[in-house]
Design a protein around this ligand. Structure first.
Ligand code: RET
Length: 241
């Protein structure tokens, strides 16, 4: 639960995280240099994700973004990052799948619950209480998986192959990567402490790079898919709600 912070190697890892997010932002800006109006929202959302994460990693690398709760030091910047960026990632997936607003709102609500109970688990001071919060977070995550793999995947079937193909790639990347977060979390300093701090930090940095930077790159580098999406999706959205 107490995270040994401020060691030189773990600070280096946080700087790597910050630079990866800044690099991702610059690549997206470059990819979006002549972006068509209909692609703008995708770019703005993806850029927001890496900008928020870059800010959180900068704060962490500067040794900031931690608060003491119940005598424990919590890396609050990480939870602020997750609470802001995971809804954006899910919105990107939802919009791509042409899901209606209530489904996107449901995805976000379940996801927020998952992150909030994860935060409660991090500030809990007994292993048992931490495990209870973690288990509740895992239940929320399973509901999220059901929505992503079931309802949202059904919605995308009405979209052209280009779009549904892109959705499936991004959905699979998301499902695989997101599933590793609770494992790193429970093995690290929050509960069992079998993962050394450096491994835990590096794990989260690597997962964040995949879930944010690689995810955004796959989406934004395909102008053709975004073009197909916009013509088909814009037309359908009016009847989808
Ligand atoms: C917690 C602990 C409680 C149980 C579960 C968790 C899952 C966290 C996830 C985080 C994903 C973060 C991403 C961040 C940036 O892009 C909160 C660790 C299930 C899935 C994708």
């Amino acid at each position: 639960m107490v995270e040994a912070v401020g060691t030189v190697p773990s600070t280096v890892v946080l700087w790597i995280g910050a630079f990866a997010m800044i690099l991702g932002t610059l690549v997206y800006l470059w990819l979006g240099r002549n972006v068509a109006v209909y692609e703008q929202n995708f770019f703005i959302m993806a850029i927001s994700i890496t900008v928020i994460a870059a800010t959180a990693y900068l704060a962490m690398a500067f040794g900031m973004g931690r608060i003491a709760v119940n005598g424990e030091e919590i890396v609050v910047a990480r939870y602020l990052d997750w609470i802001l960026t995971t809804p954006l990632i899910l919105t990107l997936l939802g919009v791509l799948a042409n899901a209606n607003r209530s489904l996107i709102a449901t995805l976000i609500g379940v996801n927020l619950y998952m992150i909030v109970v994860g935060f409660l688990g991090a500030i809990a001071d007994s292993l048992f209480v931490t495990l209870v919060w973690w288990a509740l977070g895992v239940v929320a995550y399973l509901v999220l998986l059901y929505l992503l793999l079931g309802v949202l995947s059904d919605a995308v079937e009405e979209m052209p192959d280009d779009v549904s193909g892109m959705f499936v790639v991004l959905r699979n990347l998301t499902v695989v990567i997101w599933s590793i977060y609770p494992v790193v979390w429970i093995l690290g300093g929050n509960a069992f402490g079998v993962l050394p701090v450096l491994f835990e930090q590096s794990g989260f940095v690597l997962l964040d790079i995949l879930a944010k930077v690689v995810f955004g790159y796959v989406l934004l580098s395909s102008h053709e898919t975004l073009r197909v999406y916009s013509f088909y999706g814009a037309e359908r959205q009016s009847t989808a709600d």
